[in-house]
Design a protein around this ligand. Structure first.
Ligand SMILES: C[S@@+](CC[C@H](N)C(=O)[O-])C[C@H]1O[C@@H](n2cnc3c(N)ncnc32)[C@H](O)[C@@H]1O
Length: 288
């Protein structure tokens, strides 16, 4: 659980907003974001008038990086991309608008939480979110929301802090709780996402050691093979309802039909998961 309340986090980010971009650019994250998105979007066609959401947009560095990719530039020529950003910090959003507007990017901002997104179902073609999930008490709620607001076949891109020297520093300084890639995979599946893939991040610089990246997709749901996940066998065996800290293999069907072990799962959502979407976890259909 994050040690800062949402109000404390909001105030802290409000205070950090004026030089946030400069700080993260200096650490190499701007370059790492640009390279990551170029790589992911190289085989992807953004539709004309695509809608993109940056969830926990901060001062807009991830969106600015996206706007510079070849795919976004190409898509923008055939119909302008609508960039949206949501964040709990009003000051971070103000900086994001100023910085992106000065680069000719019109960012629509909304103050709100990624755990309860202020958008209708199936609004976005692409949802991107960097270094936000680890701040949340219930990251599974955010993943469920990302799935809800994505259009069928829409893509999710996540960057999250990983365990290591940098991860421990961030944990101490910001009271975040790190999420392993395996937990993210599990939460994505429970949220109804598919095609989860880890993607190389950060080259040889600090971002590579500090964070990892992954993508997932919302299925079109025209598959003949439909599975249902309504309970979590790992969580059932865990004590105290806090998720399972033990190494415990769990066979999960994946898009390739292969089973994968799930190690060191943390904060695994369970039957108690209450998605904000009108569909309940028990009736949610997962297609892969
Ligand atoms: C580490 S910063 C990352 C900002 C930006 N994504 C980037 O990579 O430069 C985390 C951001 O998440 C926002 N945030 C934290 N919890 C949030 C929540 N529950 N809903 C929306 N935004 C949140 C913070 O206000 C902050 O702007």
């Amino acid at each position: 659980m994050s040690t800062l309340s949402m109000t404390e986090l909001e105030q802290r980010y409000d205070g950090e907003s004026h030089d946030w971009t400069h700080k993260v650019e200096r650490l190499g994250f701007g370059r790492a974001y640009r390279h990551l998105l170029e790589q992911i979007l190289s085989g992807y066609t953004l539709p004309p008038h695509a809608r993109v959401l940056d969830a926990g947009v901060g001062t807009g560095l991830f969106t600015a990086s996206l706007a510079k990719t070849t795919a976004a530039t190409r898509a923008d020529r055939s119909g302008r991309i609508a960039f949206h950003g949501v964040d709990i910090s009003a000051e971070m959003l103000k900086e994001a608008r100023t910085e992106l507007n000065s680069s000719g990017i019109n960012l629509h901002t909304t103050q709100g939480s990624v755990e309860r997104l202020p958008y209708a179902d199936e609004t976005f073609d692409l949802v991107i979110s960097a270094h936000v999930l680890e701040h949340l008490d219930r990251p599974e709620d955010a993943l469920s929301e990302f799935e809800r607001v994505l259009k069928p076949n829409g893509t999710l891109v996540i960057v999250s802090t990983q365990n290591g020297i940098w991860g421990r520093k961030i944990t101490r300084e910001w009271g975040v709780e790190l999420i392993s890639a395996e937990s993210l995979l599990y939460m994505s599946l429970v949220a109804g996402l598919t095609q989860f893939k880890r993607v190389p991040f950060g080259g040889a610089g600090l971002p590579h050691f500090a964070s990892y990246a992954a993508t997932a997709r919302k299925p079109a749901c025209n598959s003949t093979s439909v599975h249902r996940i309504s309970r979590c066998p790992v969580r059932e065996r865990a004590t105290g309802g806090e998720g399972c800290a033990r190494r415990m293999p769990l066979a999960l069907p994946t898009d390739g039909g292969v089973t994968r072990p799930l190690h060191e799962a943390r904060r695994i959502p369970s039957a108690g998961i209450t998605p904000r979407s009108p569909r309940s976890a028990a009736t949610r259909k997962l297609c892969w």
